[in-house]
Write a protein of this length. Structure first.
Length: 241
């Protein structure tokens, strides 16, 4: 795209940025809307820790390819939440097979993860003068994660605003769209260049696999995260053809 959407808010936003497809789309979304944007990531002992290595590459590529956005992209913050990994027993924090549990939730669900992420993000946002938190939580491609539900996040927004005695808005631009629509959203924001960046530099695979290159990016190709990303990319490509 030759022109990028102009910011329509003077507010400062803090994006929960993992280095994955969804958070990169959210970062672009925020850069198109807010005058200043910072990012925050979390190291919680995740099995796919390689995503943390992708974060800085994605940020650098965004700044290089989209200078109008780069001018608004502020500091990055990485928090050590190792304790979360220590008290979790999940397929995202331990080397074990990914499967459904007796309670109907996948064992990739890390209890309290998004609740903690947003609480720590709000604490940092308060100190940094930001009043908007942006996250890639989504109900449409629901993987069984109760902390991704819209009602959960609306309730948390109220709690954070009350607890800080300062309005804190939680934005979830992907909440009600499919993975194919996420690819379409990123294209609408940054054209083919942004989707090419997402394919090449972001990470989604739960197993942390980055040696296998597919049309939709790197990953094992068989874990739930890879399957969802691949299916969305195929549907998006077919609709664009």
């Amino acid at each position: 795209m030759s022109e990028y959407p102009q910011a329509n808010s003077a507010r400062k936003a803090l994006v929960l940025f993992s280095g994955g497809q969804d958070s990169t789309a959210c970062l672009a979304w925020a850069l198109a809307r807010y005058a200043e944007v910072e990012t925050i990531g979390f190291d919680y002992g995740q099995r796919h820790r390689v995503e943390l290595d992708c974060r800085q590459t994605v940020r650098a590529e965004l700044m290089a390819r989209f200078p109008a956005w780069g001018a608004k992209l502020g500091e990055d913050h990485l928090l050590d939440l190792a304790l979360l990994g220590q008290i979790s027993s999940t397929a995202l924090t331990e080397h074990r097979a990914i499967e459904m549990q007796a309670n109907g939730l996948p064992n990739t669900f890390v209890p309290g993860r998004n609740l903690l992420f947003l609480t720590f993000a709000a604490t940092l946002a308060y100190r940094r003068g930001a009043s908007v938190l942006v996250g890639g939580m989504c109900e449409t491609d629901f993987s069984g994660y109760p902390d991704c539900r819209d009602n959960t996040l609306k309730a948390l927004q109220v709690a954070l605003s009350l607890g800080l005695d300062s309005p804190m808005t939680v934005e979830t631009p992907l909440m009600f769209i499919t993975k194919a629509q996420t690819w379409a959203l990123s294209e609408s924001l940054g054209g083919a260049a942004l989707n090419e960046l997402i394919v090449e530099h972001t990470h989604t695979c739960y197993l942390g696999e980055r040696t296998q290159r597919h049309s939709w990016g790197y990953g094992c190709g068989s874990c739930p995260a890879c399957e969802l990303r691949a299916r969305g990319f195929q549907e998006f490509s077919e609709s664009a053809a």
